[in-house]
Design a protein around this ligand. Structure first.
Ligand code: CA
Length: 228
């Protein structure tokens, strides 16, 4: 069964999420504090997706996210954000999350996001083999890893998917809609901005100078282009 961690201290919201995810066929592990979340992850190493609230009694969701991501580059992470939180701040702090959902959200919206993450993490075991080598970059499509000049660059599943899309389409301008459709799937409910958030993070990891990117360039008013 597909296992999910739900970290949310407000019991009414947590019950709502748990009931709906259980109904959708997931096995849900609950936590009300950051400490409980780490304990549950230790007890259930097969958790594939974590849903993290931001305002918590003992810590904040970004810190939990950062720690989970350091320990596991492959787990899917969705942040639960409140409408009152400034989105620029939220996206800037999303150092390791793959996606975010704004409260109040519908169960359909949340399960669509989770399903999209599971499709990507599930693809890690697919039959695709081989390598794409371009310039200093070597993308191993079997292990889903990236090296630059022989050194491993740790990528999240989303960052890997974006990187693969770029390397499959060298020198081609890709619209943010193209990226969203390919990486997040056509049934994705989210905003185009999530593509920018992930690409900003990818640039920090792969560019020689992230403030002056040369591999992932911006195509103004349209999207991004991969080039060497
Ligand atoms: Ca809370």
């Amino acid at each position: 069964m597909k296992k999910i961690l739900v970290l949310e201290d407000e019991t009414s919201i947590r019950s709502f999420v748990v009931i709906n995810l259980s109904r959708a066929g997931y096995e849900v592990i609950e936590a009300g504090t950051g400490a409980e979340a780490f304990e549950q992850l230790r007890l259930h190493p097969d958790i594939k997706v974590a849903i993290l609230d931001i305002m918590l009694p003992d810590t904040d969701g970004f810190e939990v996210c950062r720690k989970i991501r350091t320990a596991d580059p492959h787990i899917g992470i969705i942040m639960l954000t409140a409408r009152t939180q400034e989105m620029d701040k939220v996206t800037g702090l999303m150092t390791g999350a793959d996606d975010y959902v704004t409260k109040p959200f519908s169960p359909a919206e949340l399960t669509a996001r989770i399903d999209a993450l599971f499709r990507r993490t599930g693809a890690a075991g697919s039959q695709e083999t081989g390598e794409i080598i371009q310039g200093p970059f070597r993308l191993n499509t079997r292990n889903r890893t990236l090296e630059k000049d022989g050194s491993r660059i740790k990528l999240t599943q989303v960052e890997y998917s974006i990187m693969k899309m770029f390397m499959d389409n060298p020198a081609k301008a890709l619209s943010r809609e193209d990226i969203l459709n390919t990486v997040w799937g056509r049934d994705y409910f989210g905003e185009l901005k999530i593509a920018d958030v992930n690409i900003r993070r990818l640039r920090i990891k792969i560019e020689d100078d992230p403030t002056n990117p040369t591999y992932i360039t911006t195509v103004w008013g349209f999207g991004y282009k991969w080039g060497l």
